[in-house]
Design a protein around this ligand. Sequence first.
Ligand SMILES: *Cc1c(COP(=O)(O)O)cnc(C)c1O
Length: 454
Amino acid sequence: MKTIIEPFRIKSVEPLTMTTELERESFLKKANYNLFALKSDDVLIDMLTDSGTSAMSTKQWAGIQLGDESYAGSPSFYRFESALKELAPFKHIIPTHQGRAAEKILFSLVGGPGKVIPNNTHFDTTRANVEATTTEALDLVRQEGLDPRLEHPFKGNMDLARLRDLLETRTDDVPLVMLTITNNSGGGQPVSMENIRETKKLCEEFGKPLFLDACRFAENAYFIKLREPGYADKTPKAIVQEIFSYADGMTMSAKKDALVNMGGWLALNDDELAMSARNMLILTEGFPTYGGLSGRDLEAMAVGLEEVVEEDYLNYRIRSTEYLGNALDKLGIPIMKPVGGHAVYIDARAMLPHINPLNYPGQSLAIEMYRVGGIRACEIGTVMFGKQADGKEFPAAMDLVRMAIPRRVYTQSHIDYCIECLDLVNQKKASLTGLNITWEPPMLRHFTAHFNPL
Ligand SMILES: *Cc1c(COP(=O)(O)O)cnc(C)c1O
């Protein structure tokens, strides 16, 4: 059989609330045209993020019942720790309430004025946490990663020449090197095993630790299996193990590839840094065997880590994202290619060339998708990245709209509905207008800014 089906059946259902276009127009006004401000009850298909939106399995829910809520030394912690060490055998595993808490702790310890942390592309919270310590957050993704329509199997790859240049010219300013797998801000594009290995080699040459921002490690591993010579016959788990063998530490949002709704961790090998991290953890998260989490959350993560490397799951996962991407491509909608792991990214700047990037074509498209079909997607472009710390605005490298696919949540007919909606939006694209920002906070403005359609 060639048909790939959802490798699960549904035991418990959540009703969706149907709304009319007229109702959605009023919800948009109330939300100041910021989709983050909508009530999720008013959203039909929520593709705002794949973060924390996974459906848990029966085994994970069973794990929730087994959660042990002891303050210290809970067996749930040890189950989580051993499930993680099976994939990523770091010496110190420090749970946090989500990924950014791990980032905050790590960068507070290694960052500081005059320092610089390179990454293929810093994710928005990562960048914000690096910059909050007055450290420079430098993106060094290879040139291919910046061309939204160029077909390349590993567009998340680090530009090794530029990394070498940085390590040579500013050796003492670099406390560590980061690599984000998959490259979220660059379109969910994977990093090849070769690039991870070569990045590690460079780090070793300059005596720098390599940390993975590993939120989508399993999706990245599956792309390696599909696309990199020599990996077709390896299991996703073996590929994941090889990936982590090159790293000295990781930050993780368990809301992605640990298949849970809340959680994260910092893992590392350095004893001294781990001790400082645990001290800090106690100030802001909690005792080191629970971090910011309940025992039941740790159980659910332990099971999620086993399920996420299952081949049937990853095959379905990567295929369903591709299904949406291929359909939009057939409609002539410009998308980022090849399709990434967790989302389809529409190139709003190419789709709406009549809208100036400083009037946010991505925001305009995302709003229209909600108005027409009740779909909530996320602008990743000039709203999110187009403002410097000194307040100056500039067009971001790209203006994308991300349709993130929650894990194990929507069926193929939900996706077919989205495709029909995009078809309608595409037919009226010439009538879409840009927006102005009427209010914004000093940082991370995309979450709360107010917009006014032109
Ligand atoms: C989600 C994400 C984070 C932050 O994790 P949270 O759990 O949302 O705090 C960091 N890096 C990447 C690449 C992410 O996708």
